[in-house]
Design a protein around this ligand. Structure first.
Ligand SMILES: [Ca+2]
Length: 350
């Protein structure tokens, strides 16, 4: 398995360094009972979701901004202090022992956080249908106390368990949230939170209460009734849920964080691909930036298996005078120190 994974990663690296090379496209992967779903909203209705529901707010298609394509969803809460929500929903059938990914692109307008007066849920699963009075929840919420986001396990009448965070989410631009969970109420749980495709934290704490999960919801999923007396609005797009990461989630539009990492290099585009080979996940993020003086292509590849994680970064920069390549690699194995290597080489252009 390790040899096969290494060979695949090497092929990806070689392909990505050829600027004109075709992108490597992984075949679709069939996995267990967790169905893959996507809502781009480009169809002009909410039919990609199983259902929507709204209380004390609005949920409408919006063409004033979109993460990809020309359409997103705008969700609002009216600030009445009554219980309210505006959300897209998929009916799911997830259980402990399964691996799930869910996420979407969100746009919080400038001032969104300053209007938060209690916990606001952006993205979460639940089992309200079967347990309406003692529902289990799991997902990403912003607290009213510090206006910072957390990946939580929580439930009616129970304290919140923070799995990842707290962290600040951006305002005034699109960003992506994606959650990866190996569902378990005990040993073997894994929770990871990705913001703009970057892993921002993980946890092995239990992430369920052992009961089945029946809904996944996106938008203004919940507010703190009574406390929330200011109106709220946000936009969301490209919601996804399934057995693997949504490789398209950040592929269409280079995020501001990607641009911030390469501030001097002009226009950038980013493409992401993900694949699974047996028990090994591969994620590949390729960013190409073209500036007046220099063009660079950066490829980051991460593989994660049961006992080994590898991160590679390859960068090729071309100016009128020279070509530079840098490579770095970090290998982590359980119980062993990380092994790191780095090289940087430049040559004059012929
Ligand atoms: Ca869209």
């Amino acid at each position: 398995m390790a040899t096969a994974t290494k060979c695949l990663a090497i092929r990806l690296v070689r392909a990505s360094l050829l600027v004109s090379a075709a992108l490597v496209v992984f075949p679709a992967l069939a996995l267990a009972t967790v169905d893959a779903r996507t809502a781009t909203l480009e169809s002009g209705h909410f039919g990609e979701f199983s259902q929507t529901n709204i209380e004390q707010g609005t949920l409408a298609l919006a063409s004033d901004r979109a993460f990809d394509g020309g359409v997103s969803a705008r969700a609002t809460y009216d600030g009445s202090g009554e219980n309210g929500y505006a959300r897209g929903i998929w009916e799911v059938n997830w259980s402990d022992g399964e691996e799930v990914w869910f996420g979407g692109a969100y746009y919080l307008p400038v001032g969104f956080h300053s209007n938060i007066q209690g916990q606001v849920d952006l993205l979460r699963w639940d089992n309200w249908a079967s347990h309406p009075s003692d529902t289990d929840w799991g997902g990403v919420s912003i607290y009213g106390s510090d206006r910072r986001a957390r990946l939580l396990r929580f439930g009616a009448g129970r304290p919140n368990d923070t799995l990842v965070g707290p962290l600040e989410l951006p305002e005034g631009r699109w960003f992506t949230l994606e959650v990866h969970q190996q569902l378990s109420s005990g040993d073997g749980a894994l929770s990871e939170l990705y913001v703009d495709g970057t892993l921002v934290g993980s946890s092995s704490k239990p992430n369920t209460y052992g009961r089945g999960i029946e809904r996944i919801r996106y938008g203004i999923v919940a507010i703190a009734a009574d406390s929330q007396q200011q109106p709220l609005e946000l936009w969301f797009d490209r919601a996804s849920a399934g057995p693997g990461p949504a490789g398209e989630l950040a592929a269409v539009q280079a995020s501001s964080s990607h641009l911030a990492r390469t501030p001097t290099e002009g226009r950038c585009t980013t493409r992401r691909h993900s694949a699974r080979r047996g028990r090994v996940w591969l994620r590949r993020i390729a960013t190409t930036c073209r500036g007046e003086r220099r063009s660079c292509r950066t490829v980051r590849i991460r593989s994660r298996g049961a006992d080994k994680r590898v991160r590679r970064r390859l960068r090729l920069c071309v100016t009128a005078q020279r070509i530079c390549r840098s490579r770095s690699r970090v290998v982590r194995r359980i119980g062993k120190p990380a092994r790191r290597s780095h090289s940087h080489r430049c040559r004059a252009r012929a």
